[in-house]
Design a binder for this molecule. Structure first.
Ligand SMILES: [Fe+2]
Ligand SMILES: [Fe+2]
Length: 300
């Protein structure tokens, strides 16, 4: 796959027929297993992602500038005035809160999702596998925190109410879950893209740390990019319209709960980018390692 010109990709909100969606589930399933390997259900792990993590761990990079004090005070709940924190601390406390949301969401979903053996339909298997990928991302996040010598980071619980909300959400019928599940993948991808851009500035003083964090981030981002298309593929025409309407309120609700976010991100711009997302902003090397639904390529 060569460089992608804007004219070659179409909006993620492009329409698709039932038949196209069925074919795309097949092609996604082949792609994702080839890329990430066999599922190890007991360990919530995947063979190829496990290998990737070991490769990072074997050539570990560690920052020479520990930031434990300011991080420790603010990662769970912001204690200081966020304006008073340096950008490195802000980025890490933000990433912790972002990853913790993910952790609570996937843990709640894992408990109510059919296992590989129970799943009859292809979409059941894809959903189970998808969650295993997300658990692999948590391990990559963990390695990211270790890069900053933040050894003891655990995904402490979110408030009980938030946890119950995620639990209730994952038990809703598929047609209702599909649009917000898609938008949360799109929101995640937007966060990764903008974080990637920030690394040059925030970690300029430690190029090896910057490169390592970027490599870890891209290892996650390639999957997340594929998740955007995969979750899009679950949605029919009505759900697709609902999903577009959900972008702004979901971004507001999510970032509103994380005080660091307005200091790091241009959120109105991120909302606009999400609503207009069409793969043209993705680096060719990321795109060629990822997966795009067939109907998001322009037809000859
Ligand atoms: Fe994720
Ligand atoms: Fe994802």
């Amino acid at each position: 796959m060569g460089p992608v010109a804007r004219s070659r990709t179409r909006s993620i909100f492009s329409p698709a027929t039932d038949r196209e969606r069925a074919e795309n589930f097949e092609s996604y399933w082949i792609y994702v297993q080839r890329k990430n390997g066999q599922i190890l259900e007991d360990a919530k792990d995947l063979t190829e992602k496990q290998r990737a993590l070991v490769r990072f761990q074997e050539r570990a990079v560690r920052s020479r500038k520990p930031l434990s004090e300011s991080f420790d005070r603010n990662y769970d709940t912001m204690q200081d005035d966020p304006q008073s924190l340096d950008r490195r601390t802000l980025l890490l406390t933000f990433l912790y809160k972002f990853a913790r949301h993910e952790w609570v969401g996937i843990s709640a979903a894992w408990d109510v999702t059919p296992t590989m053996a129970q799943g009859v339909r292809l979409i059941d298997k894809i959903s189970r596998y998808h969650l295993a990928e997300e658990f692999c991302h948590m391990r990559l996040f963990h390695e990211m925190f270790q890069t900053f010598r933040l050894e003891g980071v655990e995904w402490g619980p979110l408030p009980k109410r938030t946890k119950q909300l995620y639990g209730a959400f994952s038990r809703l019928p598929g047609a209702l879950v599909a649009p917000p599940a898609f938008v949360s993948e799109l929101m995640g991808l937007t966060v990764y893209l903008h974080t990637d851009k920030m690394l040059d500035e925030i970690l300029a003083d430690e190029p090896e740390v910057r490169d390592r964090v970027r490599a870890l981030l891209r290892e996650i981002m390639t999957d997340e990019l594929a998740h955007v298309g995969e979750r899009r593929n679950f949605i029919g025409p009505i759900g697709l319209r609902m999903a577009k309407l959900m972008v702004k309120p979901m971004f507001r609700a999510f970032f509103g709960g994380i005080p660091e976010s307005t200091l790091l991100f241009d959120i109105p711009r991120m909302m606009k980018e999400a609503e207009a997302f069409d793969y043209s902003t993705i680096a060719p090397e990321t795109l060629s390692a990822s997966w795009v639904p067939s109907y998001c390529w322009s037809r000859p």
